[in-house]
Design a protein around this ligand. Structure first.
Ligand code: MG
Ligand code: MG
Length: 248
């Protein structure tokens, strides 16, 4: 069942989303060559706690970090470590915060210093794919319309669409029904209703769409080692459109 949230729940989700957006803004200025991903994680942890929330991903399904940090060919679920960022890397921060039992979830890929033209292209068009998907959301549309808009945009720009990982409903659990794939057919799937809250999150690659898991049992990488980007917002479906809850 897809939960339609009450006004009270939506208020809490707006607060959780705001904290997630603010955490991104706070961390952004620390993304520089030389900083370790462990240090970024600690900054995120302390900031989220200071706002009266808790990091949603800490120990979620056993994940050993407060946020997910994935670099270059890493798609998702990178574990914070002593690895230092290098000029030319791209880094995805996937941040979740839980406020009074309700979650916000947003991933964003950032450049580290100056990056290649190819990586710039990947970041630009993955972000745009997210907004293409969001643009069709309103009460009464099929979820497949959202998926299809993302896929069509990504394929137009020759980017690989990761299929094994998808967006999701979100509320008092990080992952709720429905799945929100980044590929699909218009006029299929569940119908969105005002009051539903979903996380839309295209994960696109510069190469082929296939992925693999590293030996740490968490980090997902592209099979061909091509760079990957990931942009995600938690949104509220409204009568005429949508409201971004994890705004910057
Ligand atoms: Mg996320
Ligand atoms: Mg998510």
């Amino acid at each position: 069942m897809i939960v339609v949230k009450s006004d009270y729940e939506i208020e809490l989700m707006k607060k959780a989303g705001l904290i997630v957006g603010d955490t991104h803004n706070y961390l952004k200025k620390y993304i520089k060559p030389g900083i370790t991903t462990k240090r970024l994680e600690k900054l995120a942890y302390d900031y989220i706690i200071s706002r009266g929330a808790t990091p949603s991903f800490y120990h979620l399904y056993g994940f050993p970090g407060a946020i997910c940090i994935s670099i270059n060919e890493e798609v998702v679920h990178g574990i914070p470590s002593n690895r230092k960022l290098k000029e030319g890397d791209i880094i995805t921060l996937d941040i979740g915060a839980c406020y009074k039992g309700y979650h916000g979830d947003s991933a964003w890929t950032y450049p580290v210093g100056k990056i290649s033209k190819e990586k710039e292209y990947l970041l630009k068009h993955t972000k745009e794919a997210l907004f293409e998907g969001l643009s069709v959301i309103k009460d009464g549309v099929h979820l497949g319309d959202v998926s299809n808009a993302i896929q069509k945009y990504a394929e137009k720009y020759n980017l690989g669409v990761v299929r094994e990982l998808v967006g999701h409903g979100i509320g008092n659990k990080v992952h709720e029904k429905p799945d929100v794939p980044n590929f699909g057919t218009s006029k299929t799937g569940p119908i969105l209703k005002a009051g539903m809250t979903i996380a839309v999150e295209p994960m696109l690659t510069l190469g082929k769409r296939y992925i693999a898991e590293l030996d740490d049992d968490w980090t997902i990488v592209t099979e061909d080692n091509s760079p990957s980007a990931h942009f995600e917002h938690t949104v509220l479906v409204t009568k005429d459109g949508y409201t971004i809850l994890t705004k910057r």
